[in-house]
Design a protein around this ligand. Sequence first.
Ligand SMILES: [Cu+2]
Length: 131
Amino acid sequence: MKAFAPARRSLFLALAATPVALLAAASLDHAAFAASNGGDTAIAGTSNATYRIEIQGFAFSPKELTVPAGARIVWINRDDEPHAIVSAAGAFKPSQALDTGDSFSTVLDKPGSYAYFCGIHPMMVGKIVVR
Ligand SMILES: [Cu+2]
């Protein structure tokens, strides 16, 4: 991108930004839909499903999530602030601080209730129920 003169680069970005942003949003929606359904090949109740939790506006979404045993949970930070995932009971290893766009995942094999919070902003809490 350094090859562009400033004025030309601005024009390029202005022309490119809108369709790229729309395309990215559409792809994200599809990915979130596929993840929430365990992907194309996974069947609900099997152990290989992946579930996504978005971190946005200093909150986990969904705040509470029920998954089958063996599910992979993926947190993705959509905020400009860093966040970290910490199990309240130490059920899984805490994440590093997640920058914007970073993700962290863990697999929960045993049925139970898993409370977690943000290690940087402890008032941010969430819960995963494994059945
Ligand atoms: Cu946080």
